[in-house]
Design a protein around this ligand. Structure first.
Ligand code: HEC
Length: 124
């Protein structure tokens, strides 16, 4: 009687672990949908603590690359290399120290809009 219960519990634990460790992109896009504006990007950069490692527009640590000018150094108007990087840094460079923040597509759009704006301001 009810011998199936442990199997259901194990299945739920496995699915929960999957969503926590490697949440699928469709789930991220459903749960972390934001306005893809530069202003939102600025807020996300603060929330996720990007400046804990990166300098952006003269502010922040230099434990990693200075991101000032990054959107201009990437010779691609669609910024595909940066998108791939932000989706999954270890997918691009397995031994990188940059954590995967499990960003949704709209969060990535917002962060890139902020970086583009910061770079345009720096170039003037
Ligand atoms: C724990 C430190 C750390 C944090 C926090 C961090 N990064 Fe990084 N990031 C790195 C390191 C280290 C690299 C350099 C990649 C390498 O060569 O391993 C990098 C590389 C990058 C690159 C590629 C730069 C290039 O020259 O190609 C981008 C873009 C980037 N990070 C954006 C971000 C954003 C946006 C955030 C916040 C959401 C963030 N990073 C948070 C450590 C960090």
């Amino acid at each position: 009687m009810r011998r199936w219960i442990p199997y259901v519990v194990i299945a739920i634990i496995i699915i929960a672990a999957w969503f926590i460790i490697a949440p699928p992109r469709i789930w991220l896009n459903m749960t972390k949908s934001v306005e893809p504006t530069a202003q939102m990007g600025e807020q996300l950069v603060a929330e996720y603590g990007c400046r804990g490692c990166h300098r952006i527009g003269g502010e922040g640590a230099i434990k990693a690359t200075d991101l000032t000018g990054i959107t201009q150094r990437v010779a691609d108007p669609a910024l595909v290399p940066l998108r791939l990087w932000l989706q999954n840094p270890k997918g691009v460079k397995p031994n990188t120290a940059m954590p995967n923040f499990h960003l949704s597509d709209s969060e990535i759009d917002a962060i890139l809009a902020y970086l583009v704006q910061a770079d345009a301001a720096a170039a003037n």
